[in-house]
Design a protein around this ligand. Sequence first.
Ligand code: XMP
Length: 518
Amino acid sequence: KILILDFGSQVTQLIARRVREAHVYCELHPYDMPLSEIKAFNPKGIILSGSPQSVYDDANYHADIGLFDLGVPVLGICYGMQFMAHHLGGEVAAGNQREFGYAQVQTIDSKLTKNIFDEQANTLDVWMSHGDKVVKLPENFQIIGKTDSCPIAMMANEAKQFYGIQFHPEVTHTKQGKALINRFVLEICGANPSWTMPNYIDEAVAKIRAQVGSDEVILGLSGGVDSSVAAALIHRAIGDQLTCVFVDHGLLRLNEAENVMTMFAKNLGVKVIHVDASEQFMSKLAGVTDPERKRKIIGAEFIEVFDAEEKKLTNAKWLAQGTIYPDVIESAGAKNSKAHAIKSHHNVGGLPENMKLQLLEPLRDLFKDEVRELGVALGLPREMVYRHPFPGPGLGVRILGEVKREYADLLRRADDIFIQELRNTFNEKGESWYDLTSQAFAVFLPVKSVGVMGDGRTYDYVVALRAVVTSDFMTAHWAELPYSLLGKVSNRIINEIKGINRVVYDVSGKPPATIEWE
Ligand code: XMP
């Protein structure tokens, strides 16, 4: 396995993605991981990430340099390279001009670069983003790549298997980046490419069995990808020792409860308790219009319902959750970042604080796309596993202002028509608009406008359609859906749903708007 020390670059997670794509297991740890822990981790190789810092900036941004004495290969990327140079006797100059974007690197043959560059020109097409650069090599290092503005763009000490690269091989803009990372982890480190889904399932199943023994496990199933895959995996490991609780808060998508019950209880044979708590949620939400209050009420109510079910299961000793690796990294990083809470993103299914259950989180090591791959391997339908995200408070934040059952019923149907048409409409390359968008849904606007249908005048509600394209949901573009698709969705909604006579399309980006309307 490979250890990645994270110095805080925006793209460190991508290094881990690329290493896992080479089927090598890796973990990301903070840069100040103690040497004793690094030794205990026993890595086949270490990768030092980039950083917004400069080696001169902040003495606290330093890893334990004992890592250079462990006899394992080290790859420093950007700041990682500068860190390596700085501590092994080279010299780093504070750049007075930043180099950002595309660059061409002239390479010199080395174990890392041989046969990776474009054959004729010996060049790599790379993506640079740095201010500082290495200006003097440490002892026993040689240059293995250079650009016009950066004479030491790549360096190596082949005897010790230390490599430094100034550009970012982990981003897809660096054409041969994947090949470079594969070369480092597979050939230079000699790491075992055994990180495959079937192997992972076997290991995870054995681990879950060892962990819980004959205890009972309870899991809050939301119908979302993470909790669904966690349920399928745990069920594979311990069968009927797992009980899932599916809470229907009355703010789910059309037929969601039936679909979840069919998929898990009927098809996979998982024990699922279906709690229809919609009455309870609706009455708690009556008269409440403030978005944050609505979120808090739904979250608190969810915990109450879940808690009550848990108490009935007297033997449950474990609470399973679909926590995934980015959640783990995020909450570890959150301690020193000033994350700004614009909306209270509670995850419905969160851990009630007074629960005396141990946590079982079998997806903690996996990235989202690995979770999806695992779900397919466990027999979940592809359509389910590649679904858009759906917020915990559900339609509660898509009905503006007060939530009413009547509104939820209208919205569910409109949303379903929109999603159906997105799934059934394709671009010229044959990709569905559902897959071309990252998240799409309908929003209920509790205002009435005038319309005309047949000979009669109507005075009905408005529905807004929202579709966005984003990679991280932190920023997003509105999706440029074809007019014909929008037209068809609008016609169907207005014709098929009595009570809605107008459909509008949201053309706001994030920022300044958010993806959800509340
Ligand atoms: P915003 O609206 O903040 O949404 O641009 C970003 C992503 O977060 C989801 N979201 C939520 N998820 N509970 C959740 O579990 C929430 O309260 C919540 N609010 C927003 C939203 O669907 C989008 O994917």
